[in-house]
Design a protein around this ligand. Structure first.
Ligand SMILES: Cc1cc2nc3c(=O)[nH]c(=O)nc-3n(C[C@H](O)[C@H](O)[C@H](O)COP(=O)(O)O)c2cc1C
Length: 357
C-alpha cells in the first residue's frame, strides 16, 4: 500500500522511510556497496567540498527553466533514472512503475538488461523515450541478440556499462544474507535464453569481461546512440569518443564495484574538460539533493542520473513514490537556481562553483 509521502521533505526523509518498510536483506542490497563502502560514502561527501557562488541581484525572479536537451531528447529536468536491478525487490510493478514516473516527470529511465520485466513491456508502457542498459552475457552472439531486443522494442539509446564485468565484494549485502527472492525474475535474460530454470541460488550469472575491441564491435553493430557508463578517466572518455560513442556517464556504479574508486564528482572535471565539447557527459553517484545536481552541472555535467534515491520512492509507493522523488528534486533545483541568480540550467557553468578538492 502506498505510504503517506507528504511529510517527506528531503531525500534523506525518503531514505529513512524506505529503510523502515523494507526487509533488512533487501535494504542491505539496495544501500550497500563494495567492501568498506568508502566510495559509497565519498560519492556523497564529495559534494560538500564544492561551494556555490550566487550572483548578487542576478536572475529575473521568474520561475527558472529546468529543461535540458540530452541526445536530442528535451527533458523537463536534468535528472535521468539510472539503470538498477532488481526493482521487483521494491515494488511489484518494478521497471514499469519507474518508466511511467519518469515519463510523467518529463524525463526518462534507463532500463537494465537485468530488469524483471522484459524490455518491450517496459518501453511499451510509456509513450516517451526509454534507454536500454547493456550487460554482456556469454558470447558476442548473445550480445548481438540483446542489442536486437533493445532495438526491436524501440530503445532510443544504448547505455553500455563497463564497470561491472566482474563480481564485486559486497560484504554488507552478504552479511545481511541477501538472496534473490522467488518473486523476482529477469525477463530479458529469460527471453534471451541466458537464464533458464531456477535463478541460481545467491549466484551471479557470469558476464563477459568487456574490452575496447568489444566496444568497437558494439558501436559497429547498432545505429542507436551509445553512452558508456562507468568512465572515471579523461583518456578513457577520449578513447570512447574516438570510437564514435555519443556520451559517457562518469560513474563508479554507486560505489558498488571497487571500494576506493574515485568519487564520481571528483572525476567529473577532467572528463568534462576532455570531451564535453564533443559528447554528452552525465554523472551519477551520491546525488541526494537539488543542490547536488546543480553542483554537478557547474562542474561540467550536462545532466545527472540518480539510482538509490528513486528506489526509495519505488519501495514506498511505486510509481507515485518515484514521481514524488523527482518532484522534490525538481523543486529543489528551481530553488537553487533562484538563490544563485540563474534563470535556467543553461546559465549554469563553472563560474557558479568553487571546488575545494
Ligand atoms: C540496487 C542497485 C542496482 C543497480 N543495478 C544496476 C544495473 O543493473 N546496471 C547498471 O548499469 N548499474 C546498476 N546500478 C548502478 C546505478 O546505475 C548507478 O550507477 C548508481 O546507483 C548511482 O549511485 P546512487 O545510487 O548513489 O545514485 C545499480 C545500483 C543500485 C543501487
Amino acid at each position: 500500500m502506498a505510504r503517506e509521502l507528504s511529510g517527506l521533505l528531503t531525500l534523506a526523509d525518503f531514505e529513512h522511510a524506505a529503510e523502515s518498510v523494507l526487509d533488512a536483506a533487501s535494504w542491505a542490497y539496495v544501500a550497500g556497496g563494495a567492501d568498506t563502502q568508502l566510495t559509497v560514502r565519498a560519492n556523497t561527501d564529495a559534494f560538500d567540498k564544492v561551494w556555490l557562488r550566487p550572483r548578487a541581484l542576478g536572475g529575473s525572479g521568474e520561475k527558472p527553466d529546468t529543461t535540458v536537451t540530452v541526445l536530442g531528447h528535451r527533458l523537463a529536468l536534468p535528472v535521468l533514472l539510472a539503470p538498477t536491478s532488481p526493482q521487483r525487490l521494491l515494488h511489484e510493478d518494478a521497471e514499469i512503475a519507474t518508466a511511467r514516473a519518469a515519463e510523467s516527470a518529463g524525463t526518462l529511465s534507463i532500463v537494465s538488461t537485468d530488469s524483471h520485466h522484459v524490455f518491450a513491456d517496459v518501453a511499451g508502457s510509456v509513450g516517451s523515450d526509454c534507454w536500454f542498459q547493456l550487460y554482456a552475457y556469454r558470447s558476442r552472439d548473445d550480445v548481438a541478440a540483446t542489442i536486437a531486443l533493445a532495438e526491436d522494442a524501440g530503445a532510443t539509446a544504448l547505455v553500455v556499462t563497463v564497470d561491472a564485468s566482474y563480481a564485486a565484494r559486497r560484504i554488507s549485502t552478504r552479511r545481511a544474507g541477501f538472496r534473490t527472492p522467488a518473486h523476482v525474475d529477469f525477463g530479458n535474460l529469460r527471453a534471451l535464453g541466458v537464464l533458464m530454470g531456477e535463478i541460481p541460488d545467491g549466484a551471479r550469472i557470469e558476464r563477459l569481461p568487456l574490452t575496447w575491441d568489444d566496444l568497437e564491435w558494439i558501436r559497429a553493430r547498432t545505429h542507436l546512440p551509445i553512452v558508456v557508463k562507468g568512465v572515471l578517466r579523461a583518456e578513457d572518455a577520449e578513447r570512447c569518443v574516438g570510437l564514435g560513442v555519443d556520451g559517457v556517464i562518469v560513474s563508479n556504479h554507486g560505489g558498488r564495484q571497487l571500494d576506493g574508486a574515485v568519487p564520481s564528482l571528483i572525476a567529473l572535471e577532467q572528463v568534462a574538460a576532455a570531451v564535453s565539447d564533443r559528447a554528452l557527459v552525465l554523472l551519477d553517484g551520491g546525488i541526494r539533493s537539488g543542490v547536488h545536481v546543480v553542483k554537478a552541472l557547474a562542474l561540467g555535467a550536462d545532466a545527472v542520473c540518480i539510482g538509490r534515491p528513486y528506489l526509495w520512492g519505488l519501495g514506498l509507493a511505486g510509481q507515485q513514490g518515484v514521481e514524488a522523488v523527482l518532484d522534490l528534486l525538481r523543486s529543489e533545483i528551481e530553488d537553487t537556481l533562484l538563490q544563485l541568480g540563474a534563470d535556467s540550467i543553461a546559465d549554469i557553468d563553472a563560474d557558479f562553483a568553487i571546488s575545494a578538492h
